[in-house]
Each structure stands twice: as structure tokens, then as C-alpha cells.
Design a binder for this molecule. Sequence first.
Ligand code: SF4
Length: 302
Amino acid sequence: MAVFQNRFLKESITSRNYFRYSLFLRSLFGENVGKVSVDGGFTCPNRDGKKGVGGCIYCDVYGSGTEKKIEIERQIEDQLEKRKNKYNKFLLYFQSFSNTYDAPERLLKKYEIIKKYDEFVGLIIGTRADCIDEEKLRIIDSFTDEYFVQIEYGLQTLDEKIRKWSNRCETLKDFEDAIFLTKIFPKIFIGTHIILGLPGEKNNYHLRLADYLNKLKIDGVKIHNLYIPKTSRLAKYYEEKTFGIISMDEFVELTVQFLKTLSNNIVIMRIGGTTSNQNLIAPKWALDKNKILVSVQHQIRQ
Ligand code: SF4
């Protein structure tokens, strides 16, 4: 997206050493915008048996989806009501599970709900790379005349062995094919999710990952730490002590090195991630999001 060439953005990036999503959104909309996250009632091919069963081992039933089957409009209205004092403009985020995993006409019907609410200025769709095709992208692209449109593909790791261990049931080629296909629609902002600190990462893996995203010219990235939700399959492996979790200092160090290698044109959409305190087994440091951000900002200037 050409908006990255804006002078205000460039100056802000240089002074902070990485390109924050909040800043990117302010530059697009002239003010801070809120996010309304909804469960669109989708599932995932890695949960329903088409690709796999049980999902990725880190899949968090609460974090990835509520599975409560609440009408989308009601979810939207509840959140708008709570947050309308803070923001004038909002992004509608289809977040739970794989939000392009359905027939094109049903996808369109769900995405079109955005048009019922004047508050929305953008549409965000989180999905798996193996759940997209040209027809679905055409539908998503049809919203770009009126809205900022972002699609997020989970990558998590480059390492095929770790992908297998985590039961991702999707290849790196699936991911790359989805990125190249999406690039046919240049108005769509392409984001991805990665995890830093997965077991088995070695030999400056995180720097290779940054280089990989630079080469793909991805638009944005969410940097997650590995966390163990009680509701995930990972919880069992963790309790059996088959792997360990990195410390906050280690995560900060990996993140800073990753950011220093990543292109300044790539927007950092998130650093760190967790589930609710009640659902979190480890690491408890992940709950202190502010401390993680402050540590990253402090170290990146050194
Ligand atoms: S792709 Fe996403 S929604 Fe599907 S099982 Fe993996 S983490 Fe869960």
C-alpha cells in the first residue's frame, strides 16, 4: 500500500525504530480508531476434519473463537455501545477461527453486515492461507472502494518440523501462494501472525524470518509469544514437560533483533499476546503487555 510513503509516517518510524499499527491507522483516518472483534460463526479446516482435527496445538478456543453462536449484529452493537465514548470510527474484525472458510455467497452476506453501521471505516478478516481463492478475494476486494480492508494469514513459523509438531496441517507453500494471490489485489493490506520463541528455533531463526517477510513485502505483522491456554492441546504437552517456554527477557531480545532486521515499511500490528488470566497456564509475564512494550522500546533504541 502506497500510504507508507507519507512523510509524517516516515518521521515517526525513524524516531521509534518500528512502524506502529496505531500510527498507521491514525495516518489513514486522522484519529485513533477502535476495533470491534466478532465471531462470524466460522470454523476451521484444521478443526472440522477437512485438514485435521483438534486444531493447531496452540489453538485457544477462547482466544480464537467464542463458539457461542451470538448473532453478529448483537456482538457489534454490544461493543459499539461500550466503546463509542472513546472512538468515533471503528474497524470490524472477523477474528474467530478461519473467516474465509465458507461458500463465497455466505461470506459476502456476513461481510456486508459492515454496511449497516456508519461507524465502520475498515474491514479486517483473519484466516488460514489454505482457505482463500481468487473468487473470495474478489469479494473481499469489492469492499476496498468504501473501506480500508485488511486480510490476516497465520504463518506462525517457517520451520516445517515445528509446523508438523504444532499440527498446523498447512504448508509454507500454501502461505506463499495465498500472499502472491492476494497481491493481485493491491488495495488489500496483507498482514500475518508469527510466534517468536517456539521450541526448536535456533541459528538466528528469527532473523531469517524477518528476511523472509521482507522479501515477501508483507504489509504488516503481529508478533506473538508462545503461551499455553488451558483450553489448548499444548497444555497437555506442557504439563508433561516435553518443552519449555522462554522468559520475557528472551522474548524481548528476540523481538528487538527481529524488528531491527525487518523492513521499516512493514507495520507492527502487535507485540506479545495472551489469553485471559483464568485461561492462561504460562507464561504469566505475557499478561503484562505494557512491560513487554516498554522493554522492547527501551532496547530497540540502544
Ligand atoms: S488455523 Fe487458527 S483457528 Fe484453525 S486450528 Fe489453527 S489456530 Fe485454530
